[in-house]
Design a protein around this ligand. Structure first.
Ligand code: AMP
Length: 542
């Protein structure tokens, strides 16, 4: 089925199979017809509240089926939704809201306290109105209430403008920014539709499928969960956030929901392998297991493949900036040893992976270079941030031999890669200060920025380190206190840092030093610091 707007996937299914289940979470089940009707009603309320095509609507909502209705409603209005992580500190969320400048905020009781804490950071002019996805207004006099949930039932006839431009922004996904302000990636309908159509075709997703919805709704992985399911007319099974990463509970969820497709970051899958959460030959319904976002350690992958020989395993690779994923690799067989390398594979249809040297010339096969991506998934850059956009979105000569003048738009991923003689691409880590920790993308600069704001901290550096017994990287910090300061209270410092950075970005090791190690040119010697932090075993006072 071909569509020009994401919400049309739902409209099509509602026409053909209105009673089919679209979304399930716990005891809640919504059919395609219900999704269609309720998102029409909400779109009408948004429109009547002043939301126009091209506007942004901030979603300050938890992960639940109702939030999916909100996404569709915003799209129907021709606006773009901006999903927020409501567990983030108020100051950080306020920065994103200020930058997005939404005309409406959709919120509920779970974000009520956050809304109160955010108020001092928001400008008085242009304060967005709030649509409360609740039965009653929560009595926040500082914000103007546009509507509450029961108002949806008063709408009998949908009324919102029809917008046909597929190049239009569908959502803004914020990701960590090295200066402390998150960057908002502008993703269009076309960007997502292109990947979703490829994914549904490649994985052969059908109306009989029950697909997982594990990623939080502000992660781009969730975009494939949602629209992949809707494009195929399948059933989206949202994993309740409280099950989150508890291995036995996730396994039980997969079993009880009779999932046919699982898609998540590898951190969770490794964690489940560590806890031996999968019984051999269990999950008979599962057809495919897909991961994206970080390296899946081969030892854990082999565990899964031995346990579930009937399942197909696919590695997807790609940054948010190029929409969900840009390359794929389905394993033809179980790797023979833990040392075997699993490629990030071949480009998805309409995408291209370029491996270039510093002069932007292609490197020969077998050599490591900078990985650039071009193609249909390439987004329009960062919302209202031309400087950051210009740093990583570039135009280069379109011809591989670079002897013509045609230019093409590419994204510099910051990843290092090599291509083998069969054309398969392999990932070789990053060349900058961006890390993945438990599947979350963190710019170490953002954490350092927060550290510098802690009272008494004179100098600091934040580095990734290899935590003992863990596959993924953890975040550590070293800091120097001002001379006149007493011994730092780490519990207090941690708590204060949590006012500025998300909880997953708070360093797990804190090393106080008299001075930071520096190399010949005066730069902080991050290599030696990483070693120090790796070897540092904090004394437990418990
Ligand atoms: P995000 O924007 O959160 O999806 O993060 C994008 C970054 O995650 C990429 O630039 C890579 O560094 C890393 N990444 C994504 N997928 C993979 C993968 N399959 N294998 C290794 N690293 C990955």
């Amino acid at each position: 089925m071909s569509v020009s707007k994401l919400h049309q996937y739902v409209s099509h299914q509602a026409e053909r199979r209105p009673e089919a289940t679209a979304v399930v979470m716990r005891d809640e089940r919504l059919t395609y017809q219900q999704l269609e009707v309720m998102s029409d009603q909400l779109a009408t309320l948004l429109f009547k509240s002043g939301c126009k095509p091209g506007d942004r609507v901030a979603l300050m909502l938890p992960k639940e089926p109702q939030t999916i209705i909100c996404m569709l409603a915003v799209l129907k209005c021709g606006a773009a939704y901006v999903p927020m992580d409501i567990q983030n500190p108020a100051e950080r969320v306020s920065k994103m809201v200020t930058r997005a400048a939404p005309s409406v905020i959709l919120a509920n009781k779970e974000s009520r306290d956050l809304m109160i804490k955010m108020r001092p950071y928001l400008e008085n002019d242009n304060l967005p109105v709030v649509g409360w996805m609740e039965r009653e207004e929560p009595g926040l006099t500082d914000y103007t209430t546009a509507f509450t949930k029961p108002d949806m039932q008063t709408i009998n006839k949908p009324e919102f403008p029809l917008v046909s431009d597929g190049d239009q922004m569908a959502h803004i996904l914020f990701t960590s920014g090295s200066t402390g302000t998150p960057k908002g990636v502008m993703v269009t309908h076309d960007n997502v539709i292109h990947f979703v159509d490829w994914g549904v075709r490649y994985f052969d997703i059908t109306p009989a499928d029950r697909v997982s919805g594990h990623a939080p709704l502000h992660f781009d992985l969730s975009t494939f969960d949602i629209y992949g399911a809707f494009a195929a007319g399948a059933e989206l099974n949202m994993v309740p956030p409280d099950i989150g990463i508890i291995p036995s509970q996730v396994a039980r969820f997969m079993e009880q929901s009779r999932l046919t497709q699982w898609f998540s970051v590898p951190s969770l899958l490794s964690y489940m392998a560590r806890f031996d959460a999968i019984t051999p030959d269990s999950l008979p319904h599962l057809k495919r297991l897909i991961w994206c976002g970080e390296v899946f350690p081969v030892s854990a992958l082999r565990y899964w493949m031995y346990r579930l020989p009937h399942v197909e395993f696919t590695n997807l690779y790609g940054p948010t900036e190029t929409t969900i994923a840009s390359s794929y690799y389905t394993l033809p067989a179980i790797p023979e040893s833990d040392d075997e390398e699993v490629p990030i594979g071949n480009p998805c249809d309409g995408e291209e992976l370029l491996i270039l040297d510093h002069e932007m010339n292609p490197v020969p096969d077998g050599e490591i270079g900078d990985l650039y991506i071009q193609g249909a998934g390439l987004t329009q850059g960062y919302w209202q941030d031309d400087e950051k956009t210009a740093e990583v979105f570039r135009t280069i000569s379109a011809d591989p031999d670079f002897d013509n003048h045609e230019k093409t738009w590419v994204y510099k991923t910051g990843d290092l890669a090599r291509r083998d003689e069969n054309g398969l691409v392999f990932y070789h880590g990053r060349e900058d200060n961006q890390v993945k920790t438990r599947g979350y993308r963190v710019e170490l600069g953002e954490v350092e920025n927060g550290m510098f704001r802690l009272p008494g901290v004179k100098e600091c550096a934040v580095v990734p380190y290899q935590a003992r017994g863990m596959d993924a990287k953890a975040i550590g910090c070293a800091f120097v206190m001002e001379e006149d300061q007493q011994a730092p209270d780490l519990v207090k410092l941690r708590k204060e840092l949590s006012e500025f950075v998300p909880s997953y970005a708070i360093p797990t090791k804190w090393l106080e030093l008299e001075k930071l190690p520096r190399n010949g040119n005066g730069k902080i010697d991050r290599k030696s610091l990483t070693q120090k932090i790796e070897n540092y075993a904090p004394v437990s006072h418990s």
